[in-house]
Structures are given as structure tokens and as C-alpha cells.
Design a protein around this ligand. Structure first.
Ligand code: AMP
Ligand code: MG
Length: 504
């Protein structure tokens, strides 16, 4: 319609004009199969990420021009959509075949900045890997993925991103009747640990090496031509994973489904299902109500990250050395890199969150005591860290509101005395400058479950305004945004225990 009405206008949004860079597509079988999206009834744009669209060389008007493509009702001109095969360890159990059961790669673009970006539709219908499921995603979980991924990006965490969120009248049955939505997510690559596990388990070493070569050439080009490039590459994946999980811990972020099929070889946060930012701090917080054993509890995430890297190392083993014993040794060596990187990044991160300019002995004790205090006081993770910036090194006066957060005021006062002593031990202590530094690492706003839920409840009635409000709010998570103060508050009691599960 738009083309007919505006025949003479320039068409910067015509997908055909955008530079397709089909590199992953050329890998072909056995990595992925061509699959067309299934059409979606009465698609409507719930939210369109105009800034990201701009970065991709699409303009904001793309919203209307692209609706049908982003809904899965029209293919991207010149690109054959595909679904990739993978395997994975789900909650510790080996599953020999999984795959993009409801995700389709619909385009690979060369963005104006020279980066190659892949576009995936999630929820665009069945694929050969749907295993009897419907290939759809509900509006509820799609809103969570859309806002969650963009919130993480703005927080500075490596993640897949979301370009659009399309709702529909298409019915989908979960525990109740819901409607389908399609998210268009973007990443430099969606390659998962589980893809390597798939080929390794079938002893298909040729394809496994080809996939590794593709990833190295495209995403780790500096490793090409190195004597043991596979080991070096594994080392970088291990390091990126350790860094990523350190960042999750520092933000109180729980992924919820840290299966190896949800782990990106680029070290991106991938597959937002029953994820959550903690409100009240609990070491053993489990955000996914389907995770009965707490395998992916907050405190378990660092260890699970390593466990997943071990599964990747095991899969890649035949590429690491000719003899199995040698390969095992190389793998072990590389995996040794995880703990020190994790520890370094997380300790630096905690030091930054407390406003220390340099790390000192005893800092980890201060951090652990603070977290213990937070847990015993049932304190809010995000709020409490943010409020710490109000404490002054040189005066007993506690800025309004900090002390009140803690049930055990005596213990808090004792900790603050220690903390202030530590602050005074640094040279050039300047409270204002420290507060400013702290506010750049302790976010004011995160996507709390209850905020997402309010947006979901409205959207399910056809009102998308709260999705837009949150999208805008979470673009600047470290800014004060005084008119949005409510959004920094803890959930009201009746919204504390919103259940999020694997149902999506
Ligand atoms: P997830 O827990 O969302 O990472 O999904 C695990 C696997 O199940 C992936 O291979 C998904 O593609 C697949 N899957 C989940 N939900 C659906 C669905 N509704 N239709 C088809 N496949 C699905
Ligand atoms: Mg998944």
C-alpha cells in the first residue's frame, strides 16, 4: 500500500536496497535448513526500536514498511530464511537434538558501521526442529524478551538486541488462551554452544570444524592462522562467558535457563525466558518457577557458566589436539582461564559498585558482609546499591533513606563505619565524584518483574503505551529521571512473587 501511495518518494526502507551479507546462509546444510515463516493474523506493531533501526541503516519509518516482514508474513527480499540445528544440555540432561524450533534467521545485513548483523524472528511458526510444539511465542514472553534484552544492552551487558515486537490476533494456547507475538532480535551471530555439541555427538568433525572456522573468520578474525586457533578461540569464549556472568552477578540478573543451547559463542546474553532482575537480594534466588532444583539459582550462575564451557570444550576436543589425552589436557588448560577472569571482573565490579578507586585487601569481606546484610534485611538489590552513593566518607550523617532500607540497623551502622573507614583510606576522597562514578555502575532502573507485568497486562488489552514507557525508561538506566521515581521502587507486596516459568 505504501509503495502505491508514494511511488515517487525515495525508498530508503526498501529491504532490497539494504546490503545483504549472507555469510552464515552460505554455510547451508547440515547447519541449517530453509524454512519459511508462517503467516501471522492481523499483525500490529507493539514497539519498534527506532534507534536500533537507525544503527542498522533502516529508518524509523521502517516501522510501517517492514511490518509484514517483521511479522513473518513476507520474506526478506533476496534472503532465504533458515532454522539452525543444535543439541544441548538442558538442566544438566543431554538432549541430542534441538534446534530453532520457533526462531528463523530472516536476514544478514551489513550495517552502515560495517558490522554484519543477523536478524531473527522468534515465534514465526514451526520449523523442522519444533518437536511438535507450535513454533509460536506469546505476547507476554515476547514483551519480556524485547524489554529485557534492550535493558541489558543499555546497562552495558553483551546481549542479543530487539528491533521490533509485533503482536497479533493469532490465538496460542499455553496454560490459558493467549495471542502470538513475533520479536525480531539481532546479533552479530546466534551461534550457540549446542551447535558444536550437536556435531560432536554425531562425530561429524568436518562440519564442526567448518562451523568453528566460520565463527573464527567472522567474529574472531585475529585468531585466523594461529597455530592452535581452536584452543585460542575456545579460550576467548571461556573468557567472554566468565565476563558475562560476572556482569550478571553485579546487576542481580538471573538468566533462568542457562542450558548450553542458550549459550552464545560470542558471550552474549541469549534467549530471554524466565529471566529476572532480583528485587530483594537472596543468594539462592531462583527466578524460574520451572527450575525446581534451583540449578540456575543466582549463586550458581558462575559455576554453571564454567560447566557450560566444559561442555563446549568437550565438544571441541577433537579439534584441540590429535590425541584424546592431549586434547583433554589442552581443554583443561583453557578452562583454567575461567575462574581468574571471573574473579577479576567481579571483584573489580563490586569495588566499582562500592565506589572504590582501587582494590584493597579486605574488599571482598566488605562486599560479602554487605550482601549478607542485604539478604538478612531483605533489602532490595538495585535500590540498596544505588543508595550507597549517598553515604559520605567524612560525615556520620547518613543521607536520607539509606539506613531505613535495612531491618538490622545496628549491623548496618557497623558495616557503614567500616565502609567509611575504607573510603577515607583512599587518596582524594571526594564524595560527589565518587557518587557520580557509583551512579554509572549502580543502575537506578532495571526491568523488574512487576514493571514488565504491568506493561504485559495493558498490552494484552491492546494498550501498548506502557511497553513504550518502559522501553524509553530502560534506555537510560543510570540516569535519575526524577519524574519516573516510581519505577525505581520495590514491587508492591501483591506483585512480589510473579511466577515466571518456561511457558512462553
Ligand atoms: P527455550 O527453553 O526457549 O530455550 O527452548 C528450548 C527448545 O525448545 C528450543 O529448541 C526451542 O526452539 C524449542 N521451543 C520452545 N518453545 C517452542 C515452541 N512453542 N515451538 C517450537 N519450539 C519451541
Ligand atoms: Mg533456547
Amino acid at each position: 500500500m505504501s509503495a502505491m501511495m508514494r511511488p515517487l518518494q525515495p525508498q530508503p526502507l526498501n529491504p532490497a536496497d539494504l546490503s545483504l551479507a549472507p555469510v552464515y546462509a552460505r554455510l547451508g546444510a547440515p547447519f541449517h535448513q530453509p524454512v519459511a515463516a508462517t503467516s501471522l493474523a492481523e499483525p500490529r506493531m507493539v514497539h519498534f526500536n527506532a534507534p536500533l533501526a537507525g544503527m542498522l541503516g533502516l529508518e524509523a519509518k521502517a516501522e510501517t514498511d517492514f511490518l509484514e516482514i517483521l511479522a513473518g508474513n513476507r520474506p526478506w527480499p533476496g534472503y532465504a530464511a533458515s532454522a539452525s540445528v543444535y543439541a544441548g544440555h538442558q538442566f544438566g540432561t543431554w538432549v541430542p537434538q534441538l534446534g530453532d524450533g520457533r526462531a528463523l534467521l530472516i536476514a544478514e545485513l551489513l550495517a552502515p558501521d560495517g558490522e554484519r548483523v543477523e536478524l531473527q524472528l522468534k515465534g514465526a511458526g514451526q520449523t523442522p526442529y519444533s518437536r511438535g510444539l507450535d513454533g509460536r511465542a506469546v505476547l507476554r514472553s515476547s514483551i519480556r524478551e524485547y524489554l529485557g534484552a534492550e535493558a541489558m544492552h543499555a546497562l552495558g551487558v553483551p546481549t542479543t538486541r530487539c528491533l521490533s515486537l509485533v503482536g497479533s490476533s493469532q490465538p496460542v494456547v499455553r496454560e490459558t488462551a493467549e495471542t502470538a507475538a513475533v520479536v525480531c532480535r539481532t546479533a552479530a551471530s546466534f551461534v550457540r554452544f549446542g551447535q558444536f555439541e550437536y556435531f560432536a555427538a554425531r562425530s561429524q568433525l568436518g562440519p564442526m570444524a567448518r562451523l568453528a572456522d566460520h565463527v573464527i573468520a567472522e567474529h574472531f578474525p585475529h585468531l585466523q592462522g594461529q597455530p592452535n586457533r581452536y584452543a585460542a578461540w575456545l579460550g576467548e569464549v571461556v573468557e567472554r562467558t566468565a565476563r558475562l556472568i560476572a556482569q550478571w552477578q553485579l546487576l542481580g540478573f538471573c538468566h533462568g535457563v542457562m542450558n548450553t543451547d542458550n549459550f552464545s559463542v560470542l558471550g552474549l546474553t541469549l534467549d530471554y525466558g524466565p529471566f529476572g532482575f532480583m528485587d530483594r537480594f537472596r543468594q539462592y534466588h531462583v527466578c524460574n518457577h520451572s527450575d525446581y532444583e534451583g540449578r540456575y539459582a543466582y549463586s550458581a550462575q558462575p559455576e554453571i557458566g564454567l560447566w557450560n564451557c566444559e561442555r563446549l570444550a568437550q565438544a571441541l576436543s577433537p579439534l584441540l589436539a590429535e590425541k584424546p589425552e592431549q586434547a583433554a589436557e589442552v581443554g583443561q588448560d583453557v578452562l583454567q582461564g575461567y575462574a581468574p577472569v571471573y574473579k577479576r571482573v567481579v571483584m573489580q565490579g563490586w569495588a566499582d559498585k562500592l565506589g572504590f578507586r582501587e582494590q584493597r585487601e579486605g574488599d571482598s569481606r566488605l562486599v560479602n558482609e554487605f550482601l549478607g546484610l542485604l539478604q538478612r534485611s531483605r533489602g532490595d538489590f538495585t535500590r540498596s546499591f544505588r543508595l550507597l552513593a549517598r553515604i559520605r566518607a567524612d560525615s556520620d550523617a547518613l543521607a536520607k533513606g539509606v539506613r531505613e532500607e535495612f531491618a538490622d540497623i545496628k549491623a548496618f551502622d557497623a558495616w557503614v563505619a567500616d565502609y567509611r573507614g575504607r573510603l577515607r583510606g583512599e587518596q582524594n576522597t571526594d564524595d560527589a565524584a565518587r557518587a557520580e562514578r557509583m551512579n554509572r555502575v549502580n543502575p537506578k532502573y532495571v526491568l523488574r518483574n512487576h514493571l514488565a507485568q504491568i506493561a504485559i497486562d495493558k498490552a494484552q488489552l491492546g494498550d501498548y503505551s506502557e511497553v513504550a514507557t518502559l522501553a524509553e525508561l530502560l534506555r537510560h538506566p543510570y540516569d535519575e529521571q526524577p519524574e519516573m521515581e516510581n519505577y525505581a521502587a520495590e514491587p508492591p507486596d501483591y506483585m512480589r512473587n510473579i511466577e515466571v516459568s518456561c511457558s512462553s
